[in-house]
Design a protein around this ligand. Structure first.
Ligand SMILES: *[C@@H]1O[C@H](CO)[C@@H](O)[C@H](O)[C@H]1NC(C)=O
Ligand SMILES: *[C@@H]1O[C@H](CO)[C@@H](O)[C@H](O)[C@H]1NC(C)=O
Ligand SMILES: *[C@@H]1O[C@H](CO)[C@@H](O)[C@H](O)[C@H]1NC(C)=O
Length: 404
């Protein structure tokens, strides 16, 4: 105020007069300018608008100034913005409320802000503006989809920026384990892993799939990137039942389990290499069991003697091929009426009995009369109705074998 009086060109007398008036106005009445509330810290995402509100009672002839404390720059006095930052403005609402508005906050706006009243000594309060930035993946420095041979290594990298610096967490999309080998603790399995880099070594096919890197720093929204890890390997064929017996006239299903990556082309052939095609005789199907395993099925309808013999399921991909072999033999059904001690009850719930019955020694060309006896008249060749019973039995056998 003293400086103000001098600036007005007043001499000692004028100065004294002003002080006297101030004294009467404020001191005598106990009405010094006073902050009604503390200035509150503000945390805001970059690009949003921020504001500080300073409430001063009994301002009288004094003035409210906004100052950036770290740079000591005077931003505004009363409603007049001093700094040449077009994003700043001051509004004066009611009679005692002064608001500093900062539009489209930038990172460099961060810092201590001061609301000051030019009393002597001056009165002020300060608060901090924190500018946060939501996470963002740095795509140029982040891994894309990858291919590794089984047994090889893969280094998955994910970088993100933001403020505070984001934390990176890795997960598998299918919720499976991330396996680290060769660390100080040897092999460890975790469902999530923190850090920019995931080192996968001696990779197995079970580690194939989508890996998600998730970047978060408490400022929404979190972001993620999906990285596909393809693990390549030679096809593998497994045959659950290599010897399949069935009476002529019935339908039979042959099965192979195939694992391959990249995706294989799978097909069936006869023993002589003749490729099997779908028609009334053959029905082929594939069921996906996982990203890299498939169950191949071949249904052979109304088996004749010419259908007996060897079958191959073949799986080929860009890395190689593999085959499985199945032998189809004619099975005699036990004769119920024979009364033999080793007569088997084919409907037994003991799956092992069913299995051994079906996988018994090859007895090709057994007497047809036995089959007819079991089926209660009208042998398999005699009509279509009896097909149901044996086919059902083979389905039981297939399930029992699949479960083994
Ligand atoms: C405001 O922020 C500053 C700096 O971060 C901190 O020291 C102070 O405790 C905060 N005040 C309040 C009321 O939260
Ligand atoms: C990953 O492997 C690289 C070498 O390939 C090594 O420098 C780095 O420290 C490893 N990082 C982790 C997290 O194991
Ligand atoms: C099996 O997977 C392949 C590729 O993964 C897909 O093209 C095909 O439609 C799937 N088949 C079935 C029956 O789900």
């Amino acid at each position: 105020m003293a400086a103000g009086a001098q600036a007005m060109g007043g001499g000692p007398l004028a100065r004294l007069l002003i002080l006297a008036i101030l004294h009467v106005n404020f001191v005598a009445l106990g009405l010094e300018p006073d902050f009604l509330y503390p200035l509150e810290n503000v945390t805001i995402a970059q690009g949003r608008d921020a504001m500080f509100t300073c409430v001063v009672n009994n301002l009288g002839g004094y003035r409210v100034a906004w100052i950036k404390a770290d740079t000591k720059a005077i931003l505004a006095i009363h409603e007049h913005v001093i700094t040449n930052n077009a994003r700043l403005s001051v509004t004066h609402n009611d009679y005692n409320t002064w608001t500093l508005n900062i539009r489209g906050v930038k990172r460099e706006d961060r810092g201590q802000y001061m609301c000051q009243v030019n009393t002597d000594p001056m009165k002020m309060q300060t608060a901090f503006l924190e500018v946060v930035i939501p996470p963002d993946i740095v795509y140029e420095e982040t891994s894309g989809d990858m291919m590794v041979p089984e047994g090889g290594s893969a280094k998955l990298v994910c970088k993100a920026r933001g403020y505070p610096p984001p934390k990176i967490v890795w997960r598998r999309e299918d919720g499976g384990d991330i396996i680290s080998r060769g660390g100080p603790q040897g092999k460890t399995k975790v469902t999530s892993l923190e850090g920019e880099i995931v080192n996968l070594t001696k990779v197995t096919r079970s580690e194939m799939g989508a890996y998600l890197c998730i970047a978060a720093n408490g400022v929404p929204p979190s972001v993620s990137k999906r990285i596909m890890l393809h693990v390549h390997f030679h096809p593998l064929v497994q045959v659950p039942n290599q010897l399949v017996g069935a009476p002529t006239g019935t339908d039979v299903t042959l099965q192979c389990h195939v694992e391959a990556s990249p995706k294989a082309i799978n097909y069936w052939t006869r023993e002589n290499g003749e490729m099997i095609i779908s028609n009334e005789k053959y029905h082929m199907s594939e069921i996906n069991r996982s990203a890299y395993s498939v169950q191949m099925k071949l249904v052979i309808r109304n088996i004749q003697r010419s259908d007996l013999g060897g079958y191959k399921c073949i799986s080929k991909n860009s890395i190689g091929d593999a085959e499985g072999n199945i032998r189809l033999y004619e099975m005699e059904l036990p004769n119920r009426k024979s009364g033999d001690e080793d007569d088997r009850d084919i409907s037994s719930e003991e799956s092992n009995d069913v299995r051994s019955g079906l996988q018994g020694p090859l007895r090709e060309g057994g007497p047809r009369a036995e089959d007819a006896g079991f089926l209660g008249g009208g042998g398999p060749l005699a009509g279509s109705a009896p097909h149901t019973a044996p086919h059902a039995i083979f389905l039981i056998s297939a399930f029992a074998l699949a479960a083994c």
